[in-house]
Design a protein around this ligand. Structure first.
Ligand SMILES: Nc1ncnc2c1ncn2[C@@H]1O[C@H](COP(=O)(O)OP(=O)(O)OP(=O)(O)O)[C@@H](O)[C@H]1O
Length: 840
């Protein structure tokens, strides 16, 4: 990667060398005065000679010109800015003919990018030459990893300082900055008990990593901008927006996570950052989960697929290490999916599975095939086989879109003398050996598929509702853990039930939020990042506390754990640990400790990149994140910074008003009300009260909120969910749940009816055989036949009644969905109206 960066810098240098040498690509480097003269000539050629003098008189190296241009240096009018930009782009493209390839980058359009007219196709058309070669490529084919290593288009919004950091991007050193101990990629795993214990304490309980994919060919062809800039552990989404008078402006949203991986990061590096640190502690009875979250086409599958392979490699290596070689440990693999609330085995012809809980509330998936991993090659085959069996469909963003949550598990078990390598994972664990530790890789269905609930196709709608439900339930569980609640609502969905043991006790969770960089995905990207931020808050608030619990237990384990690792009753001890931990957590009550994490306040301490160039309006959302409204028009005009919003941001105008309790449906279950408040949280804790949108602050006080609205048509993320809408939303959720239950019941009833009919047919055959015997009693035959036929009829009528009820239920659901989509439109209309008000 360093090499690429050098190459990239060299390209840029060669471009400016050409500039200094009068445009000849082959002449040698720049020299001070000659450079100034060339600069002047260059600017003169564009009719911008008046801009040459400040640059020269200030003794500014022309290499800094792009940065100056990005700041709109000296250029007063939009026309001047356009000319400068055009000049830059033309020179860049000429530079491509040099020996060093130089990727035309929208980065150079930085300042102007967000300024007047940038979005007009007319303007863009002039500068599209460099992108033409990209257009010539196959439109559907996406950039592969090797292409990824090429310099990608960078954001026109990326401030210059950020870019400098990005240009120096060096993955390992970034990690060191994060203070994380790296694990030797090949053989450096700790295998001594003490080392493992200290590693166990060092591995964060919950880690939230964001991965940004590169722009794909379609997006490049559409000349979409990259609106996500990455800087160390932080990232900024530059949301392009239009005011009512059609002036473009940019709203900045800053986030900070445990790690942010930009488009140049390879899958291997993703593995090293996310899963590899966990591998050694799998042998320490850890249950780990790594899941990818994000909208369709954001790279979840691309990110997740290589991870189990690499993990299996490392696990197998450790199994053969002298420390574990004689422990009779074995590695097992299973792969299943959750689709429409049901479980299917992806390695066993999509056999339907059922989930059960044992007496100790351990979740078992009955019938799930497990395969022993003897060599890593086989893992690859299983992954491919499982992927081929996955439920996929086509979406606008991804031709092979996942419609299910796929879960691949690698389990280390203490081997019992079972010769067969293919067995059922029965409730009776002893059959497969005792579980020592496991890691689950979850490729979640596209997060926005939850919004497919207004689709015309019923199947898609129900699928969407189910996905929505499980993603909400996942967040609910995380929230419950965040609040140190004793009751974790695992039963909210199949997904959370399956993940149950990964959230309690000695667990580790890594969430990889995948985001698309293009402007068109901005809303989904922000949703993904907000979800990730919520998960991160769990690690912020509870982690160190939970880790303390973890470490004290580990310390007390110290004396015994070496033996525990190999002792046959280890699992029971582990289970007791689990239970006691959950109760402990509940007793502690909510405690916050941000010590070991990058908090937003840390983030704020850093000087905002190029802040002087942005006239910024800050407001704080419920996650405590600052949203900055940046007036692009002014951002690049240098001297004449002039605020367009005369109204202060929402924070300034916040006023405390009496708390209004959220509406509750009569007889609503506790779980549901929890969900209601949670949904409100999802919607920035806002509600519409007496004509004012109220925002809930940290003290549960409702405060009026005027500005900083996120436009969105996604129901679960719309900012304007009134209590009625919320109720309708819950009703819809309930309705879908009931439909799914009734569907199951209908199918079961049908099966039963067939069995009954077969039984009856056997009885009828018997009757016929009897009646045909000489001397049989016809009266008996008639009575018995009459009885059998009424049973047959009753069974049919009962099935028909159930069928009719189900049909009715489907119709109801359709009406509900239609109403729901109507109020989504209303919410969007309100949004637009508020936008009008906002802009005066
Ligand atoms: N980091 C990346 N580098 C290069 N290409 C990528 C990257 N991430 C994703 N892609 C490409 O983008 C396309 C979509 O990715 P992928 O199928 O992983 O998305 P997804 O999030 O799993 O979508 P869905 O939820 O619909 O299944 C694929 O063709 C993939 O190769």
């Amino acid at each position: 990667m360093g090499g690429q960066m050098q190459q990239r810098n060299a390209s840029a240098t060669s471009l400016y060398d050409q500039l200094a040498d009068g445009g000849s690509p082959h002449n040698a480097g720049p020299s001070g005065d000659a450079g100034d003269a060339v600069m002047a000539r260059w600017l003169q050629s564009a009719g911008l000679q008046h801009l040459a003098s400040p640059v020269a008189s200030n003794g500014i190296d022309q290499r800094l010109l792009p940065n100056l241009l990005m700041q709109g240096y000296g250029a007063q009018s939009a026309e001047e800015k356009q000319r400068l930009f055009k000049l830059m782009r033309n020179l860049n493209f000429n530079g491509e003919t040099g020996s060093e390839p130089f990727s035309p980058s929208t980065q150079s359009s930085g300042g102007i990018g967000a300024s007047d007219g940038f979005y007009s196709s007319e303007f863009r058309g002039d500068f599209g030459a460099g992108l033409l070669d990209l257009h010539a490529m196959d439109d559907t084919e996406l950039l592969t990893e090797s292409v990824m290593s090429e310099p990608f288009e960078e954001s026109p919004f990326v401030p210059s300082t950020t870019k400098a950091v990005n240009n120096d991007y060096d993955f390992p050193s970034n990690r060191q900055q994060r203070g994380q101990t790296d694990v030797d990629a090949s053989h450096g795993f700790p295998t001594h008990e003490k080392e493992i214990n200290s590693r166990e304490n060092n591995v964060a309980k919950i880690k939230v990593v964001v991965r940004k994919r590169p722009l794909n060919k379609k997006e490049l062809a559409r000349k979409e901008d990259d609106v996500v800039s990455v800087c160390d552990n932080g990232l900024t989404v530059h949301e392009p927006k239009l005011k009512v008078d059609l002036t473009a402006y940019v709203e900045k949203h800053e986030f900070c996570f445990d790690a942010v991986l930009d488009q140049r990061v390879t899958n291997d590096e993703v593995y090293r950052e996310t899963v590899q640190p966990i591998i050694p502690i799998i042998f320490q009875r850890t249950k780990a989960t790594c899941f990818a979250y994000g909208q369709t086409g954001s790279g979840k599958t691309y990110t997740m697929q290589p991870l189990p392979l690499r993990a299996a490699e490392d696990l197998v290596r450790l199994l053969h290490h002298p420390t574990y070689r004689n422990q009779k440990f074995k590695l097992w693999l299973s792969y299943f999916e959750i689709y429409g609330g049901k479980l299917y085995d992806l390695l066993s012809d999509r056999k339907k599975l059922c989930m059960r809980e044992d007496g100790r509330q351990q979740v078992c998936i009955v019938g799930l095939q497990e395969f022993e991993v003897l060599d890593v090659q086989i893992v690859k085959e299983y992954i491919e086989r499982g992927n081929a069996a996955r439920s996929t469909g086509s979406t606008g963003a991804n031709e092979e879109s996942s419609r299910s949550h796929a879960i691949l598990q690698l389990v280390v078990k203490k081997h019992n003398e079972v010769k067969d390598t293919r067995r059922n994972n029965d409730i009776n664990e002893s059959k497969g050996g005792k579980v020592i530790g496991k890691i689950s890789f979850i490729d979640l269905a596209g997060s926005e598929r939850g919004a497919d609930t207004t689709d015309n196709d019923r199947q898609t709608r129900i699928e969407g509702a189910e996905i929505n439900k499980s993603l909400l339930a996942l967040k609910e569980c995380i929230r419950a853990l965040d609040n140190d609640q004793i009751h974790i609502p695992f039963r909210g969905s199949k997904l959370t039930e399956v993940l149950r043991d990964s959230f309690v006790g000695n667990s580790r969770t890594v969430m990889i939020s995948c985001i698309s960089p293009n402007a068109g995905s901005c809303e989904h990207t922000l949703n993904t990042l907000r979800y990730a931020d919520r998960v991160k808050s769990l690690s912020k608030s509870g982690n160190s506390k939970k880790d303390q619990v973890g470490s004290s237990q580990t310390t007390s384990k110290d004396s015994s754990s070496a033996n525990m690792l190999v002792s046959s009753d280890g699992e029971d001890i582990y289970d007791r640990h689990q239970e006691s931990k959950v109760i402990d957590a509940g007793k502690r009550g909510p405690q916050r400790d941000n010590a070991s994490y990058n908090t937003i306040s840390d983030f704020e301490k850093q000087p905002p990149p190029s802040s002087s160039n942005y006239s910024t309006f800050k407001s704080r959302d419920d996650n405590g994140l600052e949203n900055e409204k940046t007036d692009a028009k002014n951002s690049f005009s240098g001297v004449n910074n002039q605020r367009i919003y005369s109204r202060p941001s929402s924070v300034d105008t916040e006023e405390t008003v009496p708390k209004v309790s959220p509406p509750r449906r009569k007889g609503y279950k506790e779980d549901k009300s929890e969900k209601a408040s949670w949904q409100k949280k999802d919607n920035n804790d806002e509600k519409f009260e007496k004509g004012v949108w109220l925002k809930r602050d940290g003290n549960n006080t409702d405060i009026p909120n005027i500005g900083n609205k996120q436009q969105g048509s996604n129901i679960s993320n719309s900012s304007y969910m009134t209590s009625k809408q919320l109720e309708a939303e819950q009703l819809h959720d309930e309705n879908v749940n009931e439909i799914l239950e009734e569907e199951e019941a209908l199918i079961a009833a049908h099966r039963k009816e067939i069995e009954d009919t077969m039984e009856i047919v056997r009885e009828e055959m018997k009757l016929l055989a009897e009646v045909e015997k000489p001397g049989s009693l016809i009266d008996t035959y008639v009575t018995q036949l009459s009885f059998v036929l009424s049973r047959k009829a009753a069974s049919l009528v009962s099935l028909q009644a159930r069928l009719a009820r189900f049909q009715h239920r489907l119709k109801e659901q359709e009406i509900l969905s239609r109403n729901r989509s109507r109020w989504v439109d209303v919410a969007v209309d309100i949004d637009i109206c508020l936008g009008w008000f906002e802009c005066g």
